[in-house]
Ligand binder design. Structure first.
Ligand code: TPP
Ligand code: MG
Length: 318
């Protein structure tokens, strides 16, 4: 991995961190309708994994997908605009927080229905294979989704058909307000891969180098026709499930323990040791990114709402 690319990872994780902080602020100011599901603490997963994809690969994400959409190259302004319902948003302002999508970038959809993105990714992967292309599909989902029927159906079919799919569980220990140990009889969700005869790999989701190399290996395997992999990224969300959830259901000290393994701090320490980005450079970068985020949000807010008749274009009746 080149020095430039790893410095850019740091910057991208910082952009996502400060984007999400700004989203919370805009939400509290009443500028964002509906809800939000933020990903502070989990940034190494989208940045490390998405950077292993080629432009002609596919991905699906969830409602906790702002970071993944940004990592795939949807512009920060288009994301802010989408959140605030503006016509310049990545879905013309009619999708909102849970639906960041850009098919032209292979981002096939953000799914608010838990587990719904997995079969779509298997379908995209299988269709590429039928067409003789070596594109792969990467699908992100949570620990809760690993208890949904579509998880098992998607893994089974992808393995049986060798559909080039990389299943990435972001195990952040909670599904909404419930700890995983109360709903799930295994400690490691990667163990479930055995039932589908595919590799199941546990990855330190706070360590972007580990995320990137595990994802790259799974992609290489899928691309060469050997079939899917299941990667379980152990990670943690710093904020509550959504909106204003204060996350009081977490035991004392848990958040602090995870913050001591912050993905930005881990990569930052390595980059400083390697002489690629000093602590002072990291501080300057934070100020620059913060200013860019603030200015971009203001620009996004200044854009018009979609015309009323536009909204009818996306309502279907059967
Ligand atoms: C099929 C379905 N059931 C329930 C819900 C309500 N719901 C929304 S998010 C969520 C928690 C999912 O947790 P997890 O998969 O661990 O993802 P995380 O939010 O932690 O990223 C639930 C139950 C839903 N959206 N879809
Ligand atoms: Mg979860």
């Amino acid at each position: 991995m080149t020095a430039e690319k790893r410095v850019r990872w740091y910057e991208q994780m910082l952009e996502i961190r400060l984007f999400e902080e700004k989203v919370q602020e805009l939400f509290m100011d009443g500028l964002i309708e509906g809800t939000t599901h933020l990903c502070q603490g989990q940034e190494a997963v989208p940045v490390g994994a998405v950077s292993a994809l080629r432009d002609d690969d596919y991905m699906t994400i969830t409602y906790r997908g702002h970071g993944h959409a940004l990592a795939r190259g949807i512009s920060i302004e288009a994301c802010f605009a989408e959140l605030m319902g503006r016509a310049t948003g990545c879905c013309k302002g009619v999708g909102g927080s849970m639906h960041f999508t850009d098919v032209s970038k292979g981002l096939l959809g953000a799914f608010a229905i838990v587990g719904a993105g997995l079969p779509v990714a298997v379908g995209a992967a299988h269709s590429a294979r039928l067409q003789g292309r070596d594109s792969v599909a990467l699908t992100f989902f949570g620990d809760g989704a690993a208890n949904i029927g579509t998880f098992h159906e998607a893994l089974n079919l992808a393995s049986a058909w060798k559909a080039p799919t990389i299943f990435i569980i972001e195990n952040n220990l909670y599904g909404e307000y419930t700890p995983m140990r109360e709903t799930t009889p295994v400690d490691d969700l990667a163990d479930r891969a055995k039932g589908y005869a595919i590799p199941g790999i546990i990855v330190d989701g706070q360590d972007i180098d580990a995320v990137h190399s595990a994802t790259s290996e799974a992609i290489a395997r899928a691309r060469s026709g050997e079939g899917p992999s299941l990667l379980e990224m152990k990670t943690y969300r710093y904020r509550g499930h959504s909106r204003t959830d204060p996350a009081r259901y977490r035991p004392d000290g848990e958040l602090e323990a995870w913050k001591s393994r912050d993905p930005l701090a881990i990569l930052g320490a390595r980059l400083a040791d390697e002489g690629l980005l000093s602590e002072a450079d990291q501080e300057t970068l934070r100020e620059t990114v913060q200013q860019m985020i603030d200015e971009t949000a203001v620009r996004a807010q200044a854009a018009p709402f979609p015309a009323l008749e536009e909204t009818r274009n996306y309502v279907y009746a059967v």
